[in-house]
Design a protein around this ligand. Structure first.
Ligand SMILES: *[C@@H]1O[C@H](CO)[C@@H](O)[C@H](O)[C@H]1NC(C)=O
Ligand SMILES: *[C@@H]1O[C@H](CO)[C@@H](O)[C@H](O)[C@H]1NC(C)=O
Ligand SMILES: *[C@@H]1O[C@H](CO)[C@@H](O)[C@H](O)[C@H]1NC(C)=O
Length: 174
């Protein structure tokens, strides 16, 4: 029996919708691309957020964003750990992120929360703020989207090793 036009339409919609629905599960490449590309559009380097984004919302009107990673993770920027919560949030404006939540940097024995950052492209730097202190870090360290490490056994993979060679402290001094 032939399908009615409505059935055909529904089948067609299902065929289009199915890959999108799957995209949320296994299409991390496209999802992480979205979040990292928005950073880029806002004058910030893509590599500020690791490669394991699983969901992402951005309200263009306010600049508020929420990013969910597959899990919390650790990334080397320079010589020290940076820790990413599973949930990240903040407010993006051109060249800056404020009210940031979910990113910490290890300074000696302490983890400090990064509260905001401002790109200073004229100096090739990003200024990271943790409370009242700030530190400039070369933008070049964040050009490539880093691979998430799980922090177990101090083993870090992929981009982490490359970034580490540059031997620059990542974030704000305390
Ligand atoms: C997003 O907001 C910017 C200004 O904040 C505006 O220029 C742009 O057109 C907006 N884009 C969309 C898709 O609404
Ligand atoms: C992350 O956010 C989701 C919803 O936005 C929440 O259900 C979950 O508990 C949060 N996880 C953590 C570790 O904060
Ligand atoms: C800052 O972020 C928190 C969530 O981390 C949110 O509850 C709060 O409303 C935000 N504050 C501003 C001024 O945007």
């Amino acid at each position: 029996m032939a399908m009615s036009p409505l059935t055909l339409l529904l089948v067609a919609i299902a065929a289009i919708a199915a890959p999108l629905a799957y995209g949320a599960c296994n299409g991390e490449a496209s999802l992480k691309g979205v979040a990292n590309d928005v950073l880029w559009e806002y004058g910030l380097p893509k590599g500020l957020v690791p490669d394991s984004v699983t969901s992402y919302t951005f309200i263009n009107a306010t600049g508020d964003f929420k990013i969910q990673l597959a899990s919390s993770c650790y990334v080397w920027f320079g010589d020290h750990y940076t820790y990413f919560d599973k949930n990240l949030s903040g407010t993006m404006s051109y060249g800056a992120i404020s009210n940031l939540s979910g990113i910490q940097a290890k300074k000696l024995f302490f983890w400090v929360s990064i509260s905001s950052m401002v790109a200073r492209p004229e100096r090739g730097m990003i200024e990271f703020h943790a409370g009242f202190v700030s530190e400039d870090v070369p933008i070049s360290l964040f050009e490539n989207v880093p691979v998430c490490g799980n922090g177990v056994g101090g083993q870090f993979r992929g981009a982490a090793g490359v970034i580490r060679e540059m031997n620059v402290l990542p974030v704000a001094e305390v």
